[in-house]
Design a binder for this molecule. Structure first.
Ligand code: HEM
Ligand code: CU
Length: 757
């Protein structure tokens, strides 16, 4: 089949239907006409209006309008790249290359990867950043509004250079029946590039396709655009913050945009240089990447020194959105704000130090490889910190299963799978097995699909009322979110599996035993595609038909004290424009905030020494009470013979004091009085908002399993059941004693803090 026609056709169909649908909605939403024909005047006027609008959008320097331009551009590119993805998956429905040729398949994964990474993700995030970052930090506009406009307007020509060859090619095919080959040679030489999105030398140097040169120029231009945008974000965050926005309360999304922009500032100029070298090698006979010159490995080093940070440039804004949106729908403050900021900074720094993990199989020096392995594994730590903080934010929250929340929860899930599979890849022996298989494709798609578009869509829902003054169709959105999570999970976990079985990627032809798996993945991909279309429909239709927002606080954020600056801006506007009353919530509660509670573990502010001694004192009191209660349970167990007191001897043996049950029991008491309560306190701090009491039971139950294993002395049958029952009950007694005491002491501390006592 003629892939170029199919692709341009699909793109055209999509564009025409969106435009037609938009005009239709717009007409039907307008004031009802008297049924007559439009007069000359009204048409002329309309054309005049169109001209004015066009000039306005072409020349705007307003951050919100530029944001929308970016969003429209990025979404269009994303749909284009998505069509490539669907075409790839369609080819993989059957083992032979019967739908497209292998050459076309190569072109498709090249353009799909490039379009998604360069022209979809970054522009969309820059769009969200442009629209919301100034509102979030209380700035009037971006620092350099005109640079901002230039940064955006470099992108359309960049995309055209990178992928315009497709249209030229289709043009050539349309013209060829009418003209001689010589007359339309230009139209016939350009082909979509098929050397892989990493443009590895020597293939990219030797390829004679002139479209590759245009692509390199287009990428270069997009790099310039990105750098301009990044500078603007950095200066805006640093200099344009409102007086009450400090580094300590800067919102998480702005933090992430700042770090992302910092990464872009270092990464993209390097890509630019490497691309220049490549184009020189291709056209002017230099030998930067020739075997007899710098060598193909030099290209890989330069490429991945940009490429790995680029992955984080794309990923960080998504995590920023997640951290911003999640708390709103669980009624809790973001847990561990500081750690989320630090982990963002940590990821930013580390991401420059791991590039060679993409080159483990290229035969670089084993010592170099080993150190890159270490850093690559280390990068899992800041990522995990984020995940734990998200989970803790959800702990005991009032979860509202809105569409944004469903996407957030889905993202955390796919990110865990994507992240853990990535840690495996960071280990050299595992990478040698899986490199170049679908395992890699599964891994990175779980992240690039599972968190990036998910969070873009979640943000589009979350801020839709603010941007348009209307609600999207909320039922459809929930359905769409579930569909998206479901489709992506099916597709990309299947790819992990077939990669694990050893199927190489980037091949249009594959052995027949993989067919079923590939078909499952393809169906999953179509589900994702359907979800994308439903989203688009919802966004367009609701703009004209959606329920009008009648509250200045559409998400009821004031009730949990999370009414942030951008919503304040919205409220002010609604009040000024439509004379609305600011909405007041019926009930207000702190978002499980530490306010009103004495800060610190259990006591008020004070020196470290004061805090430590106060907490240790409380732990000892609670631990003592708990241990006394527990001793009752264990004592009974010993009396009826299901617990062997001799097993205490093992504790003292463990610390090297001989097998004395007495010493063991003393150690046991010390542990019960000091160690476990302190661990519990730390644990309790990490799971705030939960009733102390329940946490105590969970904690005690967990401990009891360890105890049951450690003190097991070969009981069986009824004895074993009795042993286990007494162990659990004794630990519950311990947990109860611990927490009730804490609760009592804590109340006293709070009263003292509030000056009651
Ligand atoms: C439903 C959505 C998507 C589907 C069905 C899909 C499918 C595919 C397929 C089949 C491949 C080729 C695998 C191979 O043979 O190596 C691929 C590669 C790739 N995809 Fe996606 N993809 C999707 C979304 C995305 C997104 C959102 C991004 C980036 C943000 C992305 C980035 C990439 C990259 C970088 C490659 C590597 C290209 C290469 O092998 O050189 N994809 N995708
Ligand atoms: Cu990497």
């Amino acid at each position: 089949m003629n892939s170029a026609f199919v692709e341009v056709g699909a793109l055209g169909l999509l564009a025409v239907s969106v435009l037609g649908f938009w005009l239709h909605l717009r007409r039907s939403a307008g004031p009802t006409s008297d049924g007559g024909y439009p007069t000359r005047e009204s048409i002329r006027l309309d054309l005049e209006r169109v001209r004015e609008e066009a000039i306005r959008w072409l020349t705007t320097t307003n951050h919100r309008e530029i944001g929308i331009l970016y969003l429209v551009f990025g979404t269009s590119a994303g749909l284009w790249g998505g069509i490539d993805g669907m075409m790839l998956r369609t080819e993989l429905l059957t083992p032979p290359a019967d739908i497209w040729t292998p050459e076309t398949y190569n072109a498709l994964f090249t353009t799909h990867g490039l379009t998604m990474l360069i022209f979809f993700v970054l522009p969309v995030f820059f769009g969200i950043g442009n629209y919301f970052l100034p509102l979030l930090i209380g700035a009037d506009d971006m620092a350099f509004p005109r640079v901002n406009a230039i940064g955006f307007w470099l992108l359309p020509p960049a995309l055209l250079l990178a992928r315009g060859g497709l249209f030229v090619q289709v043009g050539g095919q349309l013209l060829s029946p009418f003209f001689s080959e010589g007359a339309i040679r230009f139209f016939l030489t350009l082909r979509e590039v098929s050397v892989g999105w990493t443009l590895y030398a020597p293939l990219s140097v030797q390829s004679t396709n002139p479209q590759l040169d245009l692509l390199i120029l287009g990428l270069h231009l997009s790099g310039v655009a990105t750098t301009l945008g990044a500078i603007n974000f950095i200066v805006t965050v640093v200099y344009e913050r409102a007086d009450d926005v400090t580094w300590a309360n800067l919102d998480i999304f702005s933090w992430n945009m700042l770090v992302t922009s910092g990464l872009a500032l270092f990464a993209f100029p390097l890509l630019g240089s490497a691309l220049l070298m490549l184009i020189l090698d291709r056209n002017f006979g230099t030998t930067f990447f020739a075997v007899e010159g710098g060598g193909p490995l030099l290209w890989q080093h330069l490429f991945w020194f940009w490429g790995h940070p680029e992955v984080y440039i794309l990923f960080l804004p998504a995590t920023g959105l997640l951290s911003t949106i999640l708390p709103k729908f669980v009624g809790r403050r973001l847990f561990g704000y500081k750690f989320i900021v630090y982990s963002t900074l940590g990821l930013g720094v580390l991401s420059f130090g791991v590039w060679a993990h993409h080159m483990f199989t290229t035969g670089i020096d084993p010592r170099v490889r080993a150190s890159f392995m270490a850093v690559s594994i280390a990068i899992a730590v800041p990522s995990a910190i984020k995940v734990f903080n998200w989970l803790t934010t959800m702990w005991d929250g009032d979860i509202r299963t809105t569409a944004p929340f469903i996407l957030v929860a889905g993202s955390i899930g796919t990110f865990i799978v994507g992240g853990v599979t990535g840690v495996f890849l960071a280990v050299i022996p595992v990478d040698i097995l899986y490199h170049g298989t679908y395992y890699v494709v599964g891994h990175f798609h779980l992240i690039v699909v599972g968190i990036i578009p998910f969070m873009m869509i979640a943000a589009s829902y979350y801020w839709y009322p603010l941007m348009t003054g209307r609600w999207y169709d909320r039922r459809l959105a929930r359905f769409q979110s579930v569909l998206l999570v479901f489709g992506s999970t099916i597709t990309f976990t299947t790819l992990l599996v077939i990669g694990g079985l050893g199927l190489p990627r980037r091949q249009a032809i594959y052995p027949p035993e993989y067919q079923i798996a590939h078909q499952i993945a393809t169906v999953g991909a179509y589900i994702v595609g359907l979800a994308a279309l439903l989203w688009l429909y919802n966004m367009l239709a609701s703009y004209w038909r959606g329920e009008v927002v009648r509250s200045t606080d559409p998400w009821d954020l004031k009730a949990t004290g999370q009414f942030t600056k951008e919503w304040q801006w919205f409220e002010d506007r609604m009040v000024a424009k439509y004379d609305m009353e600011p909405t007041e919530p019926e009930t207000v509660r702190a978002a499980y905030d530490a306010e009103g509670e004495p800060p610190g573990l259990l006591g008020g502010v004070g020196t470290v020494a004061e805090n430590v001694s106060r907490n240790a004192g409380m732990a000892a009191v609670g631990g003592f009470v708990g241990t006394v209660l527990m001793a009752g349970g264990l004592g009974t167990a010993i009396l009826i013979g299901v617990l062997d007191p001799a097993s205490f001897g093992e504790i003292s043996e463990l610390v090297g004091l001989g097998a004395s049950p007495l010493i063991g029991a003393v150690l046991f008491l010390i542990g019960g009085t000091i160690t476990w309560p302190l661990i519990f306190l730390a644990f309790q701090e990490y799971l705030p908002g939960r009733l102390l009491f329940e946490t105590g039971l969970v904690f005690a139950t967990l401990m009891s399993t360890g105890f049951a294993v450690a003190f097991y002395t070969g009981q069986s049958g009824l004895g074993l059941i009795g042993y286990l029952a007494f162990v659990v009950v004794a630990h519950w007694a311990y947990g109860l004693g611990l927490t009730v005491t804490f609760q009592y002491l804590r109340r006293r501390a709070r009263q003292r803090f509030a000056g009651v006592l």
